[in-house]
Design a protein around this ligand. Structure first.
Ligand SMILES: Cc1cc2nc3c(=O)[nH]c(=O)nc-3n(C[C@H](O)[C@H](O)[C@H](O)COP(=O)(O)OP(=O)(O)OC[C@H]3O[C@@H](n4cnc5c(N)ncnc54)[C@H](O)[C@@H]3O)c2cc1C
Length: 498
């Protein structure tokens, strides 16, 4: 008889575990608390506008890479993709604009025009992108494979000065004041983001490995769900798991909040790590390392508030992502901003009604501030969201004159929205508490202590808790890794194809 697997959560890791489980002869079922698949990989419609809080960079579009192959196995590719011309653009209040084109000749020309005096620094930047592109570093990193990582170790050593640097110190190498300020903000307007990530996505965009999946995150997630269902898997929606059932330190099933119990030979959690460890398992299976990972996260959270706008304006031809430097810092909901970043979806016609456009502005913010508002006074929480949207529209007006009167739909989501739908600890930000380490030393290997728990058998984690990475590819790959490991334990040859 086929061995059975219960998966908690239909995120990337959960659905991938389901697909590879079905492909390898396991009988799998997924219990998902939300009404739809995808978890963080989500988007929704309002009056014909699609609002996508998730996908900025979809890695794995270039055929031949292991990530691309995985997306095909999962049914996410082939699909219609858009090749975007630029990584990010930055605009000054005075009207200067720097477009970080993927094409290196065009990029060089743009930079030299803005600041001929910075030619040396420009060469340095272009040279680093070439190193990343020529060594396929983006492909290797997004594959999540420890062995592939080993192959790029020498080149990573040779550029380690740069890979350890954040955006701000690198940008300070430009003598031009606009470039010095603007370049630092190319990653989600965050000057403390790692240069490494920027180089990786630049190389990915250049090679065609990063493209935009038409329709956005919900369509993307649905295509993976379709593959899972076609392979005979079952997803139970609106089915929140409350407890993992244990017998003699073996996971044997789950209990849902409706009181029903479901049993299986193996239990895989794609849910938030802290909730799984402390709520579903009552904190019984833990050691000091894991306790450390469960420590509270920093209060300042990226993508904490998303303002979505449906605009009666065609955004075709606008940069896909635009950082606006502000003349004066602006306080929005208790947080000071010197710039804001807008995503403009003019490159995908399916994201808005004909001739109209969708904009998203993502703001880092304090989790505690929004949590307290939400808990204390739901009406005030709603009013604050509306106020945030109005301030954001006012800022956009300074660059897109007339936009104020073109707003047709406003939708604001916060970390509390994520929590409501996905049951996380701090909105979507469910990472173990450790600094993201891009130096290849730890996170990308299949570490047992993060995919299992001490003293508990027949139980695995997939997804963010298992990878410590906020990435579609890594988290989908974690589902593949776990099923491969289960196959090995069961003396079965792992299959990735029907
Ligand atoms: C704002 C934002 C932007 C991002 N941008 C990008 C990007 O540009 N490129 C990229 O590659 N990645 C991006 N990511 C990261 C990527 O989306 C995530 O890393 C990935 O989707 C997480 O997958 P996961 O397997 O960890 O599952 P999750 O998405 O965390 O899903 C977990 C699932 O478990 C369910 N669940 C939780 N608790 C229970 C329970 N008790 N019972 C039943 N079900 C439960 C949840 O509802 C959810 O569906 C972004 C993420 C966010 C939030």
């Amino acid at each position: 008889m086929a061995r059975s697997i219960i998966i908690i959560g239909a995120g990337m890791g959960g659905m991938a575990a389901g697909i590879y489980g079905q492909l390898n002869g396991y009988e799998t079922q997924i219990f998902e608390m939300h009404t739809k698949p995808g978890g963080q990989c989500t988007s929704w419609q309002r009056k014909g506008y699609a609002f996508d809080p998730c996908i900025h960079h979809f890695f794995g579009c270039k055929s031949g890479s292991s990530v691309c192959q995985m997306w095909h196995e999962l049914g996410a590719l082939p699909r219609e993709l858009v090749n975007i011309e630029e990584c990010t653009a930055v605009a000054s209040p005075g009207g200067k604009i720097f477009v970080d084109y993927y094409d290196l000749e065009r990029l060089k020309g743009t930079l030299l025009k803005l600041s001929p005096a910075d030619s040396k620094m420009i060469e340095q930047y272009i040279g680093l992108i070439k190193t990343f592109a020529n060594n396929k570093i983006d492909d290797v990193i997004s594959s999540g494979s420890f062995w592939k990582m080993a192959t790029i170790f020498p080149v990573m050593l040779s550029i380690q000065k740069w890979t350890k640097m954040d955006m701000r110190p690198f940008a300070e190498g430009f003598s031009d004041p606009f470039l010095c300020k603007g370049f630092a903000l190319l990653i989600y307007a965050n000057p403390d983001a790692p240069l490494f990530f920027h180089l990786m996505r630049h190389a990915g965009g250049m090679s065609g490995d990063i493209q935009w999946p038409v329709g956005g995150a919900a369509e993307f997630a649905k295509s993976i769900e379709r593959r899972y269902l076609a392979l005979g898997g079952t997803v139970h929606y609106s089915s929140k798991v409350e407890k993992i059932l244990i017998e003699n330190d073996r996971a044997v099933g789950v209990k849902l909040i409706d009181g029903s119990e479901h049993r299986a030979d193996i239990i895989i959690s794609n849910a938030d790590g802290r909730k799984t460890i402390f709520d579903m398992l009552d904190g019984k299976y833990i050691n000091e390392t894991i306790r450390g990972y469960c420590a509270p996260l920093s209060d300042e959270t990226p993508f904490a508030v998303d303002v979505f706008l449906g605009i009666n304006r065609d955004l075709f031809g606008e940069p896909s992502s635009l950082v606006l430097l502000l003349e004066q810092p602006v306080t929005i909901a208790n947080h000071k901003y010197e710039s804001i970043e807008a995503q403009l979806y003019g490159f995908d016609k399916s994201m808005a009604p004909a001739g109209k456009g969708t904009i998203k502005v993502e703001l880092p913010a304090s989790y505690a501030y929004w949590k307290q508002l939400y808990n204390d006074d739901r009406e005030k929480y709603k009013q604050e969201k509306q106020k945030v949207a109005e301030q954001v529209i006012e800022i956009l007006e300074s660059h897109f004159h007339g936009i104020k009167n073109q707003v047709e739909v406003i939708d604001v989501c916060t970390l509390l929205t994520w929590e409501r739908y996905m049951g996380g600890t701090q909105g979507w930000f469910n990472l173990p508490n450790r600094k993201l380490d891009f130096s290849m030393r730890e996170d990308l290997s299949d570490k047992k202590f993060k995919t299992t728990l001490p003293g508990l058998s027949n139980f695995y984690f997939v997804g963010v808790w298992a990878t410590a990475m906020g990435s579609l590819a890594h988290n989908a790959n974690s589902g593949k890794t776990i099923i491969r490991r289960i196959c090995k334990k069961d003396n079965k040859e792992f299959k990735a194809q029907p």
